[in-house]
Design a protein around this ligand. Sequence first.
Ligand SMILES: NC(=O)C1=CN([C@@H]2O[C@H](COP(=O)(O)OP(=O)(O)OC[C@H]3O[C@@H](n4cnc5c(N)ncnc54)[C@H](OP(=O)(O)O)[C@@H]3O)[C@@H](O)[C@H]2O)C=CC1
Ligand SMILES: [Mg+2]
Length: 344
Amino acid sequence: MLRCLRVLPARVTRNFSRCCSNYVARMRFINKLKEDEGACLTALESGDVFLYHTLAPLLRKTQQGVFQLPLLPFKDLEGILNRLGKDGSMVKDSVLITCTEQNRALFCLDVGELDQRAVEKECGGNFVDLRKAFFTLRGEEAPLVARGQALLRWHQGNGFCSASGKPTTRNQAGSQRVCHSNGLIYYPKMSPVIITLVSDGKRCLLARQASFPRGMFSALAGFCDMGETLEETLRREVAEEVGLEVVSVRYSGSQHWPFPQSSFMVACHATVSPGNTQVDVDHEELEEARWFTLEEIRAALKLRTPPRDPRDQPPTIWVPPSYAIAHQLIREWVDDQEHPYDGK
Ligand SMILES: NC(=O)C1=CN([C@@H]2O[C@H](COP(=O)(O)OP(=O)(O)OC[C@H]3O[C@@H](n4cnc5c(N)ncnc54)[C@H](OP(=O)(O)O)[C@@H]3O)[C@@H](O)[C@H]2O)C=CC1
Ligand SMILES: [Mg+2]
């Protein structure tokens, strides 16, 4: 009975007006690079590349102690590869990521077949685990490393056609792979996931899986089943995981989430009626789920890093860091409590 599920209008209208005025031209340029092999190669030769080694991105620490994603101009990277005894043409295996406002194309490349330490020495940086990189980098660099790894991982796992068993070939941009024996085209894959912060009007519901770091609670999440709408997934996941029936849904935002593999997270607020708040946790999925008051959530949001509680004491409650869309949902919920929406 989905009729009772109300989908409320998004409360926040995204404001794109601060985006650069050449946005349309830039998007069309990127699209051209995906379709025109020659244009893509030319863009690569005048563009920049960032590196991975077996899917771990290369980061460099500045003198101020800030981590950055080093961007290597094509020619410099060719030189580095030559010095490491590799044919410089390996740079052409780079995958298109985006382009700057000045239409300078940005690519990434996995140099996993080279000696890791030798590349680090040549480039002046270190290859670090994606999770560490994702939470260390600032601003727009974090989504870039996530996107790069997702694309490289997809290429590494899709070298063969699942219908013919024959090798697939990528286009220059790396935005698709083709099986030439049957014409099948493969595109990078993401799994849609719904993440929802359930509220009863006064409290919000957070849960933890046994695999979460000690003390960390997050919003409920779950993968979409084939054929489901997002609203149906949300309603099903909340019912399955905590035994509650959702009565309204409001869209909040979305995020590409690289862990453990590419998920497309769609974040929503949901409500249950105040008379229907008895939580019945599915312990196959969750270790714990419970309602939190506004004061408890405010305290959890104040913690910037995981607290170092002694093992013999109950853990301090904390929530995912600001890059996780769960954090955005939790902050919005606090804002809603402090400045209730009048529907206008
Ligand atoms: N960015 C953020 O703020 C947050 C992101 N997340 C992410 O959301 C995702 C989903 O959350 P989670 O609670 O684990 O999901 P679910 O509640 O759907 O449970 C995961 C289980 O679903 C099954 N499953 C169904 N479809 C898929 C698929 N396409 N890929 C993998 N497993 C699938 C698997 O079970 P089986 O193997 O038994 O079939 C898996 O163990 C995770 O990747 C998690 O990292 C979660 C919270 C916060
Ligand atoms: Mg789940």
